[in-house]
Ligand binder design. Structure first.
Ligand code: ZN
Length: 111
């Protein structure tokens, strides 16, 4: 009786590569990832600086476009209604938000 030959099955394995650095991990209001070069803690300089502010600690989103500005103001309104900030501060925040948007438009920079 003849011995059976072993059947060789060649399964190609994909070479493992470490995940690519996809840049800043912050997901913007439009659902896209920031992706700018990482500065600290997986974030670009602009988003990392925002993360270290009191506004961010209060849950306010980074006001970088129209939608995030809208979310920012809604959150600010909630802070007023809940008595966490005064209406006067809300008005000051609104004014500053307008200045931020105007500055971004004039400077034609994308945050
Ligand atoms: Zn970023």
């Amino acid at each position: 009786m003849e011995a059976k030959k072993a059947e060789v099955i060649d399964i190609p394995f994909a070479k493992w590569e470490p995940p690519k650095d996809e840049g800043c991990r912050v997901v913007k209001s439009d659902g896209t990832r920031c992706g700018k070069p990482v500065w600290q803690e997986g974030m670009c300089g602009v988003h990392r600086e925002w993360e270290m502010t009191m506004s961010a600690a209060m849950g306010l989103p980074f006001p970088e476009d129209q939608l995030s500005m809208h979310r920012f103001l809604l959150r600010a309104l909630d802070l007023v209604v809940s008595g966490k900030i005064s209406e006067r501060r809300l008005r000051a925040m609104e004014t500053l938000c307008r200045m931020i948007v105007r500055n971004a438009r004039v400077g034609r920079y994308e945050v």
